[in-house]
Design a protein around this ligand. Structure first.
Ligand code: HEM
Length: 447
C-alpha cells in the first residue's frame, strides 16, 4: 500500500457481535487485495484499506486458536525491555497495556480520501468500536519524497521472496515465501488453517531527533584524504546507515554518493558485502567499504553470515513504514535541538511483516541491532566489538544515560571507536498484530 499518505487507526472492540457481523458483510469488501495494488491493476482503490488484529483483539472476538507466536501472544508492551526500550515512560499512552484490539491501515494520495474512507468505516461499525489512538503518516515534501526524516532514501531494500520475485531486480537469493506469509512454503509452524495467507504486522512509532542527529554527524566528519569537508561529513553519516542519502549502498560506492546508483533499481540492492572481484578481500574482517555496525548491515548482514537463505541469515522482514510529523523548523535547526512541542514530533511509523515475530522483527532488534557483540561473536570475525546499531540500537540492561560505543565507522581505522552519547531514535511504543487473509474476515473472525 505504498502511497504518499497513510493513517493508522487503532481501535478497541466494544460490541463483538455487531463488529463480527459488519466485518464479514461490510468491511471485507473494502479491504484491498494484492492484485488491486499491482502496477497495471485496473481497479486500484482510491484509498487502500487493510485491517489487522492484536492478540487481545482476537480474544475479544472469541477466537482462541493459538497463532503459535509467543511475542504476538503477550503483546508488545510486555516486550519493551526485550526490544531495548527505556521502559515505557516514552510510550504513547494508547500503546501501554493491551487495550488496542486492532488497526485499520488506510493509504491514499490525499488526506481527504483517507478521511472519507475512515468516516465510512466508522459509520459502518458505529459504537461497536472505539478509537484508541491514530497516527498520520506522510511522505516528506519535494525532493525528500521517499526519504526518511534523517534524509536517507528508504524503502530501497526488502528481501526478494520466492514466487513473488520476477528476477528483474538483482539482489541476494530470494527467501522462502513462508518466511513472510503464514502457511506458505517454508513456514514450518503449525497454525490454524484460517490463518494461511496472513502475516504478522509489527508496528512501532519511532521518534527521530533530526537536529541532534545532524549535529552529531557534522561534529564527526571523517578525515579521508581527497574528500572535501562536506564530503567527509556525508561519508560519516552514510557509514552509520550503510547507504548514502540517495540510496546508493556504500558497499558499492564507498567514498562518494552516486545518485545514479541510488536510483538504479537493478543495481542498488545488488550487493552482499563480499567482494570476490577484489583480491584478498575478506568479508569477515574488511570494514573499509561498509562497517559491521552500519544500520543496514546490522539488520541484514547478507554474506557476513553466509548464504541469504542459510540458517544464520534466516531472519527476514518486509518493511512498509512511512514518515510521520512535520519537517524540521528553522528554530530547531538553528538550536540543533528538537522542539518539545508535541505537534512537532517527527519520526517513522515503522511497519514490518513476517510469518513469525520471534524470528523476524524481534530477533533482528534483540539479537542483532541491540547486541553490541554482533557480529563480533560470529566465528572468524576479527573486528573489535561492533557496538549496537547507531540508528535504532539500545541495550535496555544498561543505564539510561550509558553511552553507546560503535566501531568500524572510520574507514582509515576501523578499530577506532565513536561514542554516541544520546539517542537519535526514541521508541514511542507500538503493538503486534496479525494481518489475516481476506477470507478469514467473513470466516473464522466473523463467526
Ligand atoms: C527511525 C528508525 C529507522 C530509520 C530512520 C531507518 C532507516 C533506514 C534506512 C535509511 C534504510 C536504507 C534504505 C532501505 O534499504 O530501504 C533502512 C533499511 C533497513 N532497515 Fe531501517 N530504519 C529504522 C528502523 C528500523 C527498524 C526498527 C528495523 C528492524 C528492527 C529496521 C530494519 C531495516 C532493514 C531490515 C533494512 C534493510 C536492510 C537491507 O536489506 O539491506 N529499521 N532503514
Amino acid at each position: 500500500m505504498t502511497k504518499p499518505k497513510e493513517l493508522f487507526f487503532f481501535f478497541g472492540i466494544n460490541d463483538p457481535a455487531t463488529f463480527k457481523s459488519k466485518l464479514g458483510s461490510d468491511i471485507k469488501p473494502l479491504v484491498t487485495n494484492t492484485n488491486q495494488l499491482l502496477p497495471n491493476s485496473t481497479n486500484a482503490p482510491v484509498t487502500a484499506v487493510n485491517i489487522a488484529f492484536s492478540q487481545t483483539g482476537l480474544q475479544a472476538l472469541n477466537v482462541t486458536d493459538s497463532l503459535q507466536d509467543d511475542n504476538f501472544a503477550i503483546g508488545q508492551f510486555k516486550n519493551a525491555t526485550d526490544l531495548g526500550d527505556d521502559g515505557t515512560g516514552n510510550w504513547v499512552p494508547g500503546f501501554k497495556g493491551t487495550k488496542i484490539h486492532g488497526v485499520f491501515l488506510l493509504a491514499a494520495n490525499d488526506v481527504q480520501d483517507i478521511d472519507s474512507e475512515l468516516a465510512n468505516i466508522q459509520q459502518i461499525l458505529g459504537d461497536s468500536i472505539n478509537e484508541i489512538y491514530r497516527l498520520s503518516g506522510a511522505a516528506r515534501p519535494g525532493n525528500e519524497q521517499g526519504h526518511e526524516h534523517f534524509g536517507y532514501l528508504d524503502g530501497v531494500s526488502n528481501p526478494a521472496v520466492q514466487g513473488f520475485d520476477d528476477g528483474t531486480r538483482p539482489q541476494p537469493d530470494p527467501i522462502a515465501a513462508g518466511k513472510i506469509i503464514v502457511g506458505a512454503d517454508g513456514d514450518t509452524s503449525n497454525r490454524p488453517d484460517w490463518a494461511t495467507g496472513g502475516s504478522f504486522l509489527v508496528f512501532r512509532q519511532l521518534q527521530q531527533k533530526v537536529p541532534e542527529f545532524n549535529k552529531f554527524v557534522e561534529d564527526h566528519a571523517l578525515d579521508v584524504p581527497g574528500l572535501s569537508p562536506k564530503e567527509n561529513v556525508d561519508l560519516f553519516g552514510a557509514r552509520l546507515i550503510g547507504r548514502w542519502k540517495s540510496g546508493a549502498p556504500i558497499d558499492l560506492a564507498p567514498l562518494r554518493d552516486d545518485p545514479d546508483l541510488g536510483m538504479n533499481r537493478t543495481r542498488n540492492n545488488n550487493f552482499t558485502y563480499a567482494h570476490p572481484e577484489i583480491p584478498g578481500f575478506d568479508v569477515l574482517s574488511n570494514q573499509t567499504r561498509c562497517p559491521f555496525s552500519a544500520h543496514i548491515r546490522k539488520t541484514r548482514p547478507r554474506a557476513t553470515l553466509g548464504a541469504e537463505t542459510g540458517p544464520a541469515n534466516d531472519h527476514h522482514i518486509i518493511r512498509a513504514g512511512i514518515p510521520y510529523g512535520p519537517e524540521v523548523t528553522d528554530a530547531e535547526a538553528a538550536s540543533n535541538k528538537s522542539s518539545t512541542d508535541p505537534s512537532l514530533e517527527r519520526g517513522l511509523a515503522f511497519v514490518a511483516y513476517q510469518a513469525n515475530i520471534t524470528s523476524g522483527f524481534k530477533f533482528i532488534q534483540q539479537s542483532w541491532v541491540d547486541n553490541e557483540q554482533f557480529p563480533s561473536i560470529v566465528p572468524n570475525i576479527t573486528a573489535n566489538t561492533t557496538g549496537v546499531d547507531p540508528i535504532i540500537g539500545r541495550d535496555a540492561t544498561k543505564r539510561t544515560d550509558a553511552p553507546r560505543v560503535i566501531t568500524g565507522t572510520d574507514p582509515l581505522n576501523t578499530n577506532r571507536s565513536f561514542t554516541l552519547d544520546s539517542e537519535f531514535v526514541i521508541s514511542r511504543g507500538g503493538e503486534y498484530f496479525f494481518s489475516p487473509p481476506i477470507s478469514a474476515l467473513s470466516g473464522r473472525l466473523a463467526v
